[in-house]
Design a protein around this ligand. Sequence first.
Ligand SMILES: Cc1cc2nc3c(=O)[nH]c(=O)nc-3n(C[C@H](O)[C@H](O)[C@H](O)COP(=O)(O)O)c2cc1C
Length: 148
Amino acid sequence: MDVCIIYDTKRGATKQIANWMAEGLKAINGVKVDVARPSEVKSFDYDLFIIGSPIYWEKPMKSVVDFITAHGDDLKDKKVAIFVVCLAEVFGRHAKKYAENHYLKPLENKVSGSLIKGEIFKGWLKNPDDKQRERCINWVKEIAEVAR
Ligand SMILES: Cc1cc2nc3c(=O)[nH]c(=O)nc-3n(C[C@H](O)[C@H](O)[C@H](O)COP(=O)(O)O)c2cc1C
């Protein structure tokens, strides 16, 4: 299975998270992974797309939204999993629910392809939160199982 992880970032957290996801996927037999920013994607010859964005001022990055909308046709027969990176869960359970409804779902609703379970990852401002590594690895394993 060929997987493309597409992300953008302003301060680096989402890049690190995308790289942890790639690490998790590479450990699975028969899975090949590319990691790219939206402007670097040259081909849609993948079985699964994992697309993620950090949240700034309540919104995902424009580059990611534009990528999803501009490539509706390319993605429509593909499996797609969406993730967002933000700090909402720091503020508790209700904030996590808020992030699901206001950050994750609107991005998922733009996807033309067949959606696989989305996820919210906790980002950071300065120092990488290494606890997220295991969550990333476990999540992509679940996604790969469903996508097979
Ligand atoms: C100016 C600014 C605005 C932010 N706005 C939000 C927000 O509206 N909701 C949220 O949950 N997190 C917010 N965050 C937290 C970021 O989503 C978090 O730091 C994330 O890890 C940034 O990802 P990046 O390093 O890949 O750019 C904000 C952070 C900054 C610096």
